[in-house]
Design a binder for this molecule. Structure first.
Ligand code: NAD
Ligand code: ZN
Length: 355
């Protein structure tokens, strides 16, 4: 088992290994002394892992209840969180008790937001069950919901008390959901770690035979970034590599045609094409990046016209003032922020031969 300690304002451990789900209650006991636990999970994960998780919390002495919401991003809204509050109230969870998020990023973001706001903050434990949630969304303390005006516009920074990533749970993921998470894995390697990039290149199976090691490396990279910049004012922006264009593509397709990871894959490829053609990125980087994306069945191009993506790019909430901070690769494993004035963004992306 790998244990990574995140030293944010409130320190917590991330445990990564197979076989952890049945120990979740006992592991949670070490960080929380409450009487009650509410497990929040979605309708796909509940029949797979809900019973085992609930049994584990009961064995650890928690008076345990489980709340199941309909799976999918469309559930990630305040109405769903209101249902969580209602159950928390009905069960009388106090500030000492525990909320458990069992599922992917949707579950973690919403349960985390409920934990941040219920009684102004109670403990929560994340049990991420998608690759994306294990390497990305369960690390860093961002929680929140979508509103009709945009994704993740309402939220809070709230660190979990513990993260339990059972790598065995990834075995039941639909292929496309696993692939989606691979985009964040490749992103992490591309911005920070050339040796992880090589390790990915050498994986015989697209489902990763070195899973524990790869997930732990991604988590550790995100940990280091988050510790330095808990509230995303500097270094943490590097994690948005591929995301400015990615978010715009997701918006262009109405958040249903192209999944997040696929959109980010295209975003990483396009931005690197533009930066390499402008001499800001070492020659050959694009080709290495595209080869790895393709190996994991991720796209490197999309027919969406750039001009139709611009409004999405402008709206990207990560933009600072009149400049957009584009995350670029210097080479594989090294990244930097390149500020571009908003009105020059299309020109930058349209660099000679880049699209
Ligand atoms: N907080 C953060 O820092 C952060 C970072 C990145 C993404 N996010 C958020 O994460 C969300 C996306 O996360 P996601 O891709 O995990 O989505 P998700 O939670 O919807 O999970 C994807 C699908 O996989 C199913 N599933 C989950 N685990 C399973 C398992 N082990 N076996 C079978 N099916 C399983 C789910 O029911 C769902 O249908 C978005 O809302 C995004 O905004 C948050
Ligand atoms: Zn992402």
């Amino acid at each position: 088992m790998k244990r990574i300690t995140v030293n944010t304002a409130r320190a917590y451990d991330i445990l990564i290994s197979g076989g952890l789900l049945d120990k979740a209650g006992e592991l949670s006991r070490k960080v929380n002394g409450g009487q009650k636990a509410l497990i929040i999970t979605d309708s796909n994960v509940a029949p797979l892992y809900g019973g085992r998780a609930a049994d584990s919390y009961r064995r650890a002495g928690y008076d345990t209840d489980i709340l199941v919401f309909p799976a999918g991003e469309q559930s990630k809204k305040l109405d769903t969180v209101f249902a969580f509050y209602a159950r928390l109230a009905k069960n009388g969870l106090t500030r000492k008790d525990l909320l458990v998020a069992l599922g992917g990023g949707v579950t973690g973001d919403m349960a985390g937001f409920a934990a941040a706001t219920w009684l102004r903050g109670i403990d929560f434990v994340q049990i991420p069950t998608t690759l994306l949630a294990q390497v990305d969304s369960s690390v860093g303390g961002k929680t929140g919901v979508d509103i009709p005006e945009g994704k993740n516009l309402v939220g809070a920074f709230w660190q979990p008390a513990l993260v339990i990533a059972d790598t065995d749970t990834l075995d039941t993921l639909p292929c496309n959901v696993f692939t989606d998470g691979m985009a964040e894995v490749i992103k992490t390697a591309a911005i920070k770690d050339a040796s992880l990039f090589e390790l990915l290149k050498n994986q015989a199976s697209p489902l990763l035979e070195d899973r524990e090691r790869i997930i732990a490396r991604c988590v550790d990279i995100k940990r280091a970034i988050v510790e330095q910049d808990e509230r995303e004012v500097g270094e943490r922006k590097l994690l948005n590599f591929g995301h400015t264009i990615g978010h715009a593509l997701e918006k262009y397709y109405g958040y249903s045609g192209l999944s997040h990871g696929f959109a980010v894959a295209v975003g990483m490829s396009w931005i690197t094409k533009a930066s390499e053609s402008r001499g800001l990125t070492r020659p050959g980087t694009l080709s290495r990046l595209n080869t790895l994306l393709k190996k994991f069945c991720l796209p490197t191009d999309d027919p969406a016209p750039l001009k139709d993506l611009l409004s999405g790019i402008m709206l990207d909430k990560k933009r600072a003032g009149l400049d957009i901070g584009l995350v670029l690769l210097k080479s594989i494993g090294q990244s930097f922020i390149h500020p571009v004035p908003i009105d020059k963004t299309t020109e930058f992306l349209n660099a000679e031969g880049s699209r």
